[in-house]
Design a protein around this ligand. Structure first.
Ligand SMILES: O=C(CO)[C@H](O)[C@H](O)COP(=O)(O)O
Ligand SMILES: [Fe+2]
Length: 216
């Protein structure tokens, strides 16, 4: 299976969003990654439902929504209405993660849990069989274009071991500072899906960059 590639819209040109979505539609990208930030969980605010509700009209790719917000359970119905496939909630933002995961599934979406760089993979032992994907942050969430944290490669290996040991089926996704060099290390360690923002959108030929990431 080739690597799943989910370009992050955070680095797109917001004055030409339709043009960039059409480029992603033409490309080999598997999903479109949407970064929603609230200015509380992370020190930045990105875009909200006004944008995501328009995207479903023109995106031909499944949506992968990464919620960097406190109390994500408050917005499950609104997120479901955006037509997203994956709803990624942060482990650090959910007191009752098991309940949130169930509610996401009950609302027709695939639940995914996201870990900050400092959160140990071992904390997923009792939830791994209930989620469809784990998103490991390889930068501190909040901004695109940051430097990859090398310790993330070790976390992919640890997570892969846990998934195999428990006979679980969760995909491993990594987000932050992904390029061909860091992507190679992550895929070799067991990553199934890569998110890439600045590397894709600041390249001269984003479609070719997506193709190269998929070939890793
Ligand atoms: O979740 C995110 C930021 O919090 C983004 O998905 C991520 O940073 C992508 O940007 P880049 O590939 O430029 O690091
Ligand atoms: Fe993200």
């Amino acid at each position: 299976m080739s690597t799943i590639v989910a370009p992050s819209l955070l680095s797109a040109d917001f004055l030409n969003l339709e043009r960039d979505i059409e480029m992603l539609n033409r490309s080999e990208a598997d999903w479109i990654h949407l970064d929603i930030m609230d200015g509380v969980f992370v020190p930045n605010i990105s875009f909200g439902f006004a944008v995501t509700n328009l995207l479903k009209k023109i995106s031909k790719k499944p949506l992968d929504t990464h919620l960097m917000i406190v109390q994500p359970e408050k917005f499950i119905k609104e997120i479901a209405a955006t037509g997203t496939t994956y709803m990624n909630v942060h482990f650090e933002a959910c007191t009752h993660l098991h309940r949130v995961v169930q509610q996401i599934r009950d609302n027709g979406m695939k639940p995914a849990v996201t870990l900050n760089p400092h959160t140990p993979v071992s904390l997923l032992e009792d939830i791994i069989k209930d989620v469809d994907m784990v998103l490991l942050m390889s930068v501190n969430p909040g901004f695109g274009g940051q430097k990859f944290i090398e310790n993330s490669v070790k976390k992919v290996t640890q997570l892969k071991d846990m998934i195999l040991r428990q006979n679980a089926s969760a995909l491993i996704q990594v987000d932050g500072g992904v390029n061909l060099e860091t992507g190679r290390k992550l895929v070799d360690a067991g990553a199934d899906a890569l998110v890439a923002g600045s590397f894709v959108f600041s390249s001269e030929n984003p479609e070719e960059t997506i193709r190269q990431l998929k070939a890793l």
